[in-house]
Design a protein around this ligand. Sequence first.
Ligand code: EPZ
Length: 416
Amino acid sequence: MDKLVIEGGARLSGAIPVSGAKNAALPILCASLLTPEPLRLTNVPQLNDVRTMRTLLRQMGVAQDGSGGTLTLQAERIDWPLAPYELVKTMRASILALGPLVARCGEARVSLPGGCAIGLRPVDQHVKGLQAMGAEISLEHGYIEARAAQLAGVRFGFDLVTVTGTENLMMAATLAKGRTILENAAREPEVVDLARCLRAMGANILGEGTSRIVIEGVDALHGADHRVMPDRIETGTFAAAAAATHGDVTLEGADDASLHAVLDKLREAGATADAIGDAIRVRGNGALAPLQITTAPYPAFPTDMQAQMMALATRASGTSVVSETIFENRMMHVQELRRLGADIDVDGNAATIRGVARLTGANVMATDLRASACLVIAGLMADGETTIDRIYHLDRGYEKIDAKLSALGARIRRIS
Ligand code: EPZ
């Protein structure tokens, strides 16, 4: 199993390109199920989760062609509207096939995702929304079995904001009979990018990016070209690493408009973050100031940046408080940060981080995707060598992170 070894203390500097967004690419790949015509995508990130989604779609009968970040998918026929346990257990986002399959095929069999390291993560809102659109849904042998001759447009209010729930119902509604109104919908930029792709395919959608999305069902969708948006969480992760190492890093092809909450916090910590054309330049400026962070749905501070910012706070000149309101178990990185010498107390969903003068390198273990990014940043800040185990978590969501960090001057290597 691969590990990363980081020799801390290097000041990151230079420029790197930002990859396409994992959390936009995954639902957009599933959108290919909605039409028999080709969907041509560019800026598709080369990630393990994207590879898993492609395997899932291929076994359903979706033809694929492409290399690098360019990919053409065509679901001329869907032989098996099935998402098997073997694939779903490795990637919960497989649930995003449910809505498109019911809408296009009138049936779907999708393994119910289990819990994950960061929380229980039920999918009750996805199911409730499809039932409201007229789908008959049962749970048999660990599978969601869904059937509907044709989905019907409906007004549906989510009990809580859910990103993939919004994406699933928005995709299903594109081929439903009549109008669907989604209320308390997620406003994340990835939802907006999916809506843009669906509109290019002929869907009739209004209001994405707000909490009320209106979809007029159409008889059929057609092929389209779409460029996947830049990854705001990858951008935020490198921006935090730049601030943490008092570096000077330019992130090319980034979109600062999707990252205000994160860049504002980096500025509060004392860094500068300037948008320059389609790039963001982040410079660390000496001592890091303590932070108060509370995660919440977009446009508030993203939960997917909580761990990375906590790494920064471990060396701040004072006490920070980081509160996690989205997932009930997203503090697994705390124990590993303590191994590096961090001074952190956790009470419920809030962590109190008292800044220390130095971190010292150690062996640590990644527990989930963003926790592993946190440990990479902490390793860059620590004296001596840090070895991070189980980095398969990292490869799920970061494209060539060690090569990009090396290009910025980090002393980092991958060992197996
Ligand atoms: C998406 O997950 C992202 N994943 C997550 O990114 C991200 O952390 C999360 O949104 C929040 O921003 C993808 O887009 C593939 P939710 P999702 O449904 O959609 C509860 C990463 O690191 N809930 O918005 O699964 C749920 O348990 C990943 O890239 C229900 O109770 O998250 C959670 O507490 C991790 N019932 C909250 O809502 C439901 O039916 C928000 O979850 C659905 C969700």
